[in-house]
Design a protein around this ligand. Structure first.
Ligand SMILES: *[C@@H]1O[C@H](CO)[C@@H](O)[C@H](O)[C@H]1NC(C)=O
Ligand SMILES: *[C@@H]1O[C@H](CO)[C@@H](O)[C@H](O)[C@H]1NC(C)=O
Ligand SMILES: *[C@@H]1O[C@H](CO)[C@@H](O)[C@H](O)[C@H]1NC(C)=O
Ligand SMILES: CC(=O)N[C@H]1CO[C@H](CO)[C@@H](O)[C@@H]1O
Length: 694
């Protein structure tokens, strides 16, 4: 190609990508309640509550979809062909599985299974107004059980399978659950703590160890244990009429791992979840029966629960998998056999940032290990795409794009089956770097959202054609998002260049509140004079001119790290002050990373004493603080303090920075009562903090 031709080509690409004025994705709206700066989705004037005419509950939505799509495949599960235990040289043993093709249940057959299960619950004696809990990994039966409970107006209590014993007891006891639907692994866990569970009468177990036609009684616990298949059989033989719920009935009580203390159960009505499901449908382009979805995140998480419900509402199909069997190289997949993504070739995925980071690292590693021409090609392709992305390259269909796809990105895309066209990311903020990487390598947009269990995952969501990073998009069609002043933190809606403040979310998606916890509910939920309900998130955000939200801080000093663990900064600080080298300490946690860091105002006497013992002379205190060896000494001392206070690994600062000058009220870094002013400190030492994360 002559330079001349190349020049024209590049010019054409550039012209194509030249920027139009940014589209307004969110618009200001006048709302009630506490004064603030409110934004709505630019396409919807008032919050959407149902996308389907006449549909008011999840039970109605599911029934309608089953009638319309009777013969289409809905739920797919892979049969286990073989299992083997691999023993590693270090003595660890790892289970490897060989899984078969997806075997599908049609919408019609699924609906039959759901009705049978619902009748089966009645025949087992599960009473009206009693609650059932589902405590299991994501699988086909989970979804069937959920829909079965909906058809009998049974509120479903969901519990993270990773919750500790105390939290588990608390959730089951607080909701007075009488029936637990679980897997085999979870059944063992329940039997261990059965002494503390007074209200449970029966257990329905999804595994195949329980005889399929039999009923077992666990004598020590006094529970009747039935297999899932047996419950369906009973229901088929003794069908009963459905007892359908209404929109305001509680569909799910979702227990989330709280930041402090015991988990709280968030009560979600059918209307709440339906609003979220409706909103998501409007943001995924042309969703329909041609789509398939890979389900592997915990269904006890609202993101997954809402996703499976919207997939099942549009006639698409759901293939079940697990995080450990996702790709051909996943831990649990037997070498030479296929992972879930390759077997299913999904078009839509949900993901949490930690998983996307893993995909990114996997691709990087592969490219590096190949080296040579492949690596050069990959890097050139990557940087070409990156520069093209400052324009809107999703719209561009240049020959260059096709070339790179063919040479480089096709292979990366194949890791996830080759057909992924949309990824929904939620649960924690996604780092800009990973977002770019996945955008570029998979060529599919990632919709990043912001929402909480309390708002039923409603909040904001990036438009699929928005290639900017680091923002969480405009309000979902089901939500209004308002910023209110937080003067103590120094965030005001009159700030320039952008209004800033605490994020408050309103709309039909906002849940009823916490189960049996009026006090906490009243603290963070408020109804306004116009009948709209608002949830105070405690997160701090700012609105860009196009109506997109960016999360910039957290009101409370509790931060959720990238992998979902909460770090209570104050608690960690209290533990670390025990080190003799610490005068004042501020722990800082960036939610985009998996570890926290600390700024330490060093104690003069202690550090100088150490220095003289080391024979370090003629160093000013500031110079001492700069030294690597003194930093290391203080860090070691902090590790000891952390150990003594039994801190978790993720709570211990991974890197620290020593500072010579005391923080006094005069410096504006602490209050008169010597409490840390986190935001001021963060601002004053922004460079030091960002260095700690590189
Ligand atoms: C559904 O169950 C709840 C709780 O038992 C009850 O208050 C409500 O009236 C029921 N809804 C219908 C439509 O019967
Ligand atoms: C379960 O709840 C009851 C009251 O509902 C309470 O008396 C009991 O102590 C609780 N048990 C546990 C283990 O939390
Ligand atoms: C269960 O099925 C087995 C054979 O499949 C049969 O021998 C047994 O009697 C059945 N038990 C009950 C309780 O129906
Ligand atoms: C439970 C709940 O919050 N319901 C509210 C849903 O939103 C509408 C208006 O959008 C309110 O009228 C309801 O009170």
């Amino acid at each position: 190609m002559t330079p001349y031709v190349l020049g024209i080509l590049v010019a054409a690409l550039l012209l194509r990508n030249s920027r139009r004025p940014p589209r307004k994705r969110g618009l200001p709206v006048h709302v009630g309640g506490e004064p603030g700066y409110a934004i709505r989705n630019s396409r919807f004037e008032s919050p959407v509550s149902s996308w389907w005419e006449g549909v008011l509950t999840l039970a109605e939505l599911f029934e309608q979809a089953c009638k319309r799509n009777s013969d289409r495949p809905l739920l797919g599960t892979r049969r286990v062909i073989s299992r083997e235990i691999e023993v590693h040289s270090d003595g660890r043993s790892l289970e490897k599985v060989h899984l078969g093709e997806y075997e599908w249940l049609s919408y019609g057959r699924t609906f039959e299974a759901v009705c049978s299960f619902a009748s089966g619950l009645a025949s087992l004696g599960h009473g009206k107004a009693e609650r059932a809990a589902i405590f299991a990994d994501t699988r086909e039966e989970w979804f069937i059980a959920l829909q079965g409970c909906f058809r009998r107006n049974i509120s479903v209590v969901t519990i993270y399978s990773s919750l500790g014993e105390e939290a588990l007891c608390h959730s089951l006891n607080e909701t007075e659950v009488t029936t637990v639907i679980c897997g085999q692994k979870e059944l063992k866990k329940l039997i261990d703590i059965s002494g503390q569970l007074d209200t449970i009468e029966r257990v329905i177990c999804m595994g195949d160890e329980i005889p399929s036609n039999g009923t077992l009684v666990d004598r020590s616990a006094g529970w009747v244990i039935n297999s899932f298949a047996d419950v369906k059989r009973r229901g088929r033989e003794n069908p009963v009429e459905a007892e359908l719920p209404v929109a305001s009935d509680v569909a799910v009580i979702m227990y989330t791992s709280g930041s402090t203390g015991l988990p709280k159960g968030v009560m979600m009505t059918h209307a709440n979840v339906l609003a979220t499901v409706s909103a998501v449908i409007t943001i995924v382009p042309s969703l329909g029966s041609q789509d398939s979805y890979l389900a592997y995140l915990p269904l006890a998480h609202i993101l997954e629960l809402a996703a499976e419900n919207f997939i099942a509402a549009v006639g698409a199909s759901i293939g079940y998998g697990s995080p450990l069997t996702l790709t051909d190289t996943s831990n649990k997949i037997k070498k030479g056999t296929r992972g879930d993504a390759v077997e299913l070739s999904p078009t839509i995925l949900t993901a949490v940032p930690a998983i996307l980071d893993r995909v990114r690292d996997g691709v990087r590693k592969k490219v590096d290990s190949k080296g040579g021409l492949s690596k050069v090609l990959f890097n050139v392709a990557y940087s070409r795409r990156l520069s093209a992305m400052s324009g809107n390259w999703f719209g561009a269909r240049g020959p260059e794009r096709m070339l790179w796809n063919l040479l480089v990105f096709r292979k990366v895309k194949a890791i996830l089956g080759g057909r992924v066209r949309f990824i929904l990311s939620g649960g924690a903020p996604l780092s800009a770097e990973t977002q770019r990487f996945i955008n570029i390598c998979l060529g599919s947009p990632i919709g990043q959202g912001y929402g909480l269990t309390e708002t039923c995952a409603g909040g904001t969501f990036c438009d699929f054609d928005d290639t900017s990073v680091g923002r969480v998009g405009p309000p979902l069609p089901c939500s209004f998002v308002k910023l209110v002043d937080w003067p103590e933190g120094g965030y005001l809606i009159c700030d320039s260049p952008m209004p800033r403040g605490e994020i408050v979310i309103g709309g039909p998606n906002v849940t009823l509140g916490y189960f049996k916890n009026q006090v906490k509910t009243r603290e963070v939920y408020k109804d306004d004079e116009r009948g709209m309900r608002w949830f105070y998130t405690g997160d701090i955000g700012q609105f860009h001119a196009d109506g997109c939200l960016e999360i910039i801080d957290r009101k409370k000093d509790i931060v959720k790290l990238q992998h979902g663990e909460y770090v209570s900064l104050a608690k960690v600080e209290t533990a670390l002050v025990a080190s003799p080298y610490v005068d004042t300490i501020m722990v800082y946690a960036d939610p985009f990373h998996s570890y926290c860091v600390a700024l330490v105002v060093a104690s003069h006497p202690a550090l100088e004493d150490w220095a003289s013992k080391q024979g370090i002379q003629h160093a000013t205190f500031a110079e001492l603080c700069e030294r690597e060896d003194s930093t290391k000494e203080v860090h070691n001392s902090l590790l000891q303090a952390a150990k003594a206070a039994r801190l978790e690994k993720f709570e211990i600062p991974g890197k620290i920075r020593l500072l010579p000058d005391a923080w006094t009220p005069e410096t504006g870094l602490v209050t008169a009562a010597l409490k840390l002013k986190r935001d001021a400190i963060k601002k004053a030492f922004s460079e030091e903090l960002s260095n700690l994360y590189t």
